[in-house]
Design a protein around this ligand. Structure first.
Ligand SMILES: C[S@@+](CC[C@H](N)C(=O)[O-])C[C@H]1O[C@@H](n2cnc3c(N)ncnc32)[C@H](O)[C@@H]1O
Length: 276
């Protein structure tokens, strides 16, 4: 077994080892306490940072409920998500990204937090194979229906968590993630996961919103982060081992409206890095 000290996502055995109890005792704790845990298929997975935070604060409820609320939100809006998205950002963002970073013929590409397949559908027109991952089954169902209509047969949809991707190490040439990061509990962990699944020389192409002060998005849109500062993203990319990191303004805004009917334009950034 790997040393749990060096891993960000732990199995049941590794988490038990971290707590210095047997797996049986740890399972008992899991049933009786609010230990932050995810189920991937039939296996338990534990974020090391969340476990340590739970031990430190003695309360993991905020951790699990934020994640569950986020998922419930996307399950609920899935049938109308494409309409919502068109009001927030049109095709210009996708066309800009794909014309700058076009997947080479035959390449293996992942779209993390694919939603209803906004990027994936376009990527599949160039790449050899696209794997489109999202934690919301309802979003993926909408995406899969569209793909059948479009007659594309090189996209695979997988339910999965960006913090613990269901993909092999060094299996992808390019990894894209559009507007996923601000929904994640641990963006730095997800960036490390994206590094893990890239082949050497592979690239991450990540877009999200710049830091802002619209706090209502946390209650009304279930955003967990009020955007990001470029230097924060730079640090996470470097910690994940990326080189040739470049983070620029994207010259695209994400338009968002609150329940009071006010509309705001939030500028976006584009972050790119290469796995050595
Ligand atoms: C704002 S949408 C963006 C969707 C898509 N990338 C696009 O550009 O239209 C964010 C997506 O991230 C997904 N998501 C949120 N948390 C996730 C997680 N932990 N792992 C995987 N996907 C997640 C949501 O279900 C949702 O589909």
């Amino acid at each position: 077994m790997n040393n749990p000290e060096s891993k960000d996502v732990l199995t049941l055995e590794e988490a038990s080892q971290l707590f210095q109890v047997s797996s049986k005792t740890f399972l008992k704790l899991l049933r009786e306490e609010d230990i932050p845990a995810r189920k991937v298929g039939r296996e338990w997975r534990f974020s090391r940072a969340a476990l340590l935070n739970w031990i430190e604060t003695g309360n993991s409820r905020a951790y699990t409920s934020a994640e569950e609320e986020n998922n419930a939100y996307f399950d609920q809006v899935a049938p109308v998500y494409d309409e919502l998205r068109k009001a927030c950002y049109g095709n210009a963002l996708r066309d800009k990204l794909i014309s700058r970073y076009t997947p080479p013929a035959g390449s293996q590409v992942a779209d993390i937090g694919t939603g209803t397949g906004y990027l994936a559908k376009s990527l599949a027109q160039y790449a050899g194979k696209v794997v489109a991952i999202d934690s919301s089954t309802a979003m993926l169902e909408v995406a899969a229906n569209d793909i059948i209509k479009a007659g594309l047969d090189n996209i695979e949809f997988l339910v999965g968590d960006a913090h613990d991707l269901p993909l092999e190490d060094a299996s992808q040439d390019l990894v894209y993630a559009n507007l996923l990061l601000h929904h994640l509990l641990e963006p730095s962990l997800a960036i490390k996961e994206m590094a893990r699944i890239l082949k050497p020389g592979g690239r991450i192409i990540l877009t999200d919103v710049n830091q802002h002060n619209y706090q209502w998005v946390q209650q009304e849109k279930f955003d967990l982060w009020l955007g990001f500062e470029k230097k924060e993203i730079q640090l996470w990319f470097e910690k994940a081992g990326f080189i040739e990191v470049q983070i620029d303004d994207l010259d695209c805004n994400c338009r968002t409206s609150n329940r009071a009917g006010e509309t705001f334009e939030i500028p976006m950034f584009l972050a790119v890095g290469t796995k050595p």
